[in-house]
Design a protein around this ligand. Structure first.
Ligand code: NAD
Length: 252
């Protein structure tokens, strides 16, 4: 049940990619902390399992279908959120895709798709919520980047470029709005056991697991607490941070 004194009590939070592994874990954690949630993903059918799970725990959430590649779809989704829940206090830009190809073989369409979903969407959604946050002098933008925004990985030039872009976006916007009471930060996970990770080639997964100091992939519940902290009042001095959790894969 919702904690009466939860860290996100009565905050309106929008989570993109909420049907996925990390997004649904963030939704669980935010619901437990009293947040009022709009869960955003490609269809309401994809969102039904997490919506039903949260409803069983007494948390009613608003499911919203959107194609984050499409500006009109994003604008319409945020119109619905404003009408049905109110102005968002917290935005978690978490939706993402993961494909692999050697650069020399990469079709332009694969590059463009990666930029549209993993980077351009962050601009489109953030632009929707920022005026309200600045007007109320309180807001939290949390972007799911990746450790691959800091370091490289073969066959993932487009993914690494997009996630480095998310980190640059986070830092630049953090400068722009810090004095307005809005914090902008990024979470940079290493390999976390979700459908996105499992879609990668098995040989890549085996090699990656063997390299990890901790000897295993991360669990989504190990990622979610950072999103709670960054969204909370207590997270107010995190400005333009990249919060890393990666089992020791990349220490900075
Ligand atoms: P996931 O595939 O389980 O979830 C991603 C969600 O994004 C899916 O529910 C999908 O439907 C949604 N989505 C994709 N395209 C969309 C679009 N056009 N419009 C709306 N929604 C769309 O993956 P995950 O592992 O939970 O990943 C969440 C985020 O974490 C991603 O940004 C990913 O890049 C990042 N990340 C994941 C890992 C990992 O190892 N799993 C590591 C670092 C960063």
């Amino acid at each position: 049940m919702t904690k009466p004194q939860g860290a996100l009590r009565n905050r309106i939070a929008v989570i993109t990619g909420a049907a996925g592994g990390i997004g649904s874990a963030v939704a669980r954690a935010y619901a437990e902390q009293g947040g009022r949630l709009a869960l955003v993903d490609r269809s309401v059918e994809l969102l039904a399992p997490i919506q039903e799970e949260l409803a069983r725990g007494g948390h009613e959430v608003l499911p919203i279908a959107v194609d984050l590649r499409d500006e009109a779809s994003v604008q319409s989704a945020f119109r619905k959120i404003r009408e049905q829940l109110g102005e968002p206090d917290i935005l978690v830009n978490n939706a993402g895709i993961d494909t692999t190809s050697r650069l020399v073989d990469m079709p332009t369409q694969m590059w463009d798709e990666m930029m549209a979903v993993n980077l351009r969407s962050v601009f489109l959604t953030t632009r929707e919520v920022l005026p309200g946050m600045i007007a109320r002098k309180w807001g939290r933008i949390i972007n799911t980047a990746s450790q691959l925004g800091h370091k490289g990985a073969a066959d993932m030039v487009h993914y690494c470029a997009a996630k480095a872009g998310v980190i640059g976006f986070t830092r630049a916007l953090a400068y722009e709005v810090a004095a307005s009471g809005v914090t902008v930060n990024a979470v940079c996970p290493g390999p976390i056991d979700t459908p996105l990770l499992q879609a990668l080639p098995q040989a890549w997964l085996d090699k990656k697991r063997a390299e990890l100091p901790i000897g295993r992939f991360g669990r989504v519940e190990e990622v979610a607490p950072a999103f709670v902290l960054l969204a909370s009042e207590q997270g107010s001095y995190f400005i333009g941070s990249t919060v890393n959790m990666n089992g020791g894969d990349y220490m900075i």
